[in-house]
Design a protein around this ligand. Structure first.
Ligand SMILES: NC(=O)c1ccc[n+]([C@@H]2O[C@H](COP(=O)([O-])OP(=O)(O)OC[C@H]3O[C@@H](n4cnc5c(N)ncnc54)[C@H](OP(=O)(O)O)[C@@H]3O)[C@@H](O)[C@H]2O)c1
Length: 331
């Protein structure tokens, strides 16, 4: 099969190679990958930068996993003996980030608990956008105690996670404000945001508005800014952002939030079938639709990551996996 292989860190080290097709263990499903998508975790595992993340990603001198890529959408090609939930030909989606990666390839093996049936009303490419980005948004909003009527601010609303966060928060009945740059204001409104703030023109901490939940995904505002913009019982949830933001939130957060009733909501993204099914239902109900930015073939993962790493994607970036149509599928 064809796969993107990285044996050294760096986008230049990525190579499209012909390698043996994996064979599923008894407790694994072999998925014929039709699409994947990019996310931050895949990017740092390929780049190995910033250097300080290397101990956390388990590969100090070279990547821990040779085939990168986490999010997948495709068809069940083969199943191990103890697989109960899926059968050959099922259309599935999921995230292999906790079971060895390998999504940037024609086939990948995965345990059934990180897969679910794909939403029926979207393409494989759109489905590949969902697993990690939508679940990070969902789990982050839950950590911030998302509820109907709550005033929610999504900082970094126009990217992969943000576009899901806006729609998921609306599906809960929250009043949503999205923060993004000028060119994305209309898109965020079209996704259902009640208000949009252009961060190049307006400072959300100085407009007299207070929020019950702030989900900070991208960019950098200090922990004091977020604290100031919260309503008295408000919750701040840091999903990501610049390194400075991450360190500041981790080091000063407990101190800044020590007194008073404002809180920091904590969560660690965990791919799980229950939440994939939850997202499938939201998508099939028409409440959430993945936002497509650009699409690249498997051979151009490096080019796609270069675009993603600039930090201004409009929704998700997809990787399509073309299979040789002359090859018969195994039964
Ligand atoms: N906590 C977890 O478990 C977890 C899991 C996965 C990912 N993450 C984090 O999520 C982040 C990546 O999210 P993503 O994939 O959604 O990113 P992304 O797709 O690259 O986000 C791009 C968006 O960020 C916006 N942005 C860039 N600079 C900004 C600024 N200065 N102020 C406000 N918005 C800005 C851009 O908006 P404009 O183009 O409009 O400027 C763009 O639309 C990373 O920091 C990663 O660590 C966390």
């Amino acid at each position: 099969m064809k796969a993107i292989v990285c044996t050294k860190y760096g986008l230049d080290a990525l190579k499209l190679e012909e390698i043996p097709k994996p064979i599923p263990n008894d407790d694994e499903v072999l998925v014929r990958v039709l699409a994947s998508s990019l996310n931050f975790a895949s990017m740092i595992r390929i780049k190995g930068k910033p250097f300080i993340v290397r101990p956390m990603i388990g590969g100090f001198l070279k990547p821990k996993y040779n085939i990168p890529g986490g999010e997948i959408a495709g068809q069940v090609e083969a199943i191990g003996r103890s697989i109960k939930q899926f059968k050959l030909g099922d259309e599935v989606y999921g995230d292999t980030c906790n079971c060895g990666y390998g999504a940037f390839a024609e086939y990948v093996c995965a345990p059934e608990n990180i897969l679910a049936l794909k939403p029926t009303n979207i393409s494989f490419e759109e489905a590949a956008a969902v697993p990690q980005s939508a679940l990070v948004a969902l789990q982050g909003l839950r950590a911030g105690q998302i509820q109907k009527w709550k005033k929610v601010l999504i900082y970094g609303a126009s990217g992969g996670i943000g576009t899901f966060a806006v729609q998921i928060a609306k599906s809960y009945g929250a009043e949503v404000t999205g923060v993004c740059s000028t060119k994305n204001l209309e898109m965020i409104k079209a996704l259902g945001a009640d208000k949009v703030i252009d961060y190049t023109k307006e400072d959300f901490t100085k407009n007299g508005q207070y929020y019950d939940l702030i989900l900070a995904i991208r960019g950098y505002r200090s922990i004091y800014d977020y604290h100031r913009a919260l309503s008295p019982m408000g919750v701040y949830v840091m999903v990501g952002g610049s390194l400075a933001q991450i360190f500041q939130s981790a080091s000063l957060g407990p101190q800044v939030f020590k007194n008073g009733s404002k809180k920091i909501g904590k969560f660690t993204y965990t791919p799980n079938q229950k939440d994939f099914v939850f997202m499938k239902e939201l998508i099939e109900a028409g409440k959430v639709k993945p936002v497509v930015d650009k699409c690249y073939p498997l051979s151009e993962v490096g080019k796609a990551l270069l675009y993603y790493s600039k930090g201004h994607a409009r929704g998700k970036i997809f990787i399509t996996v073309e299979h040789d149509k002359n090859l018969k599928r195994e039964k």
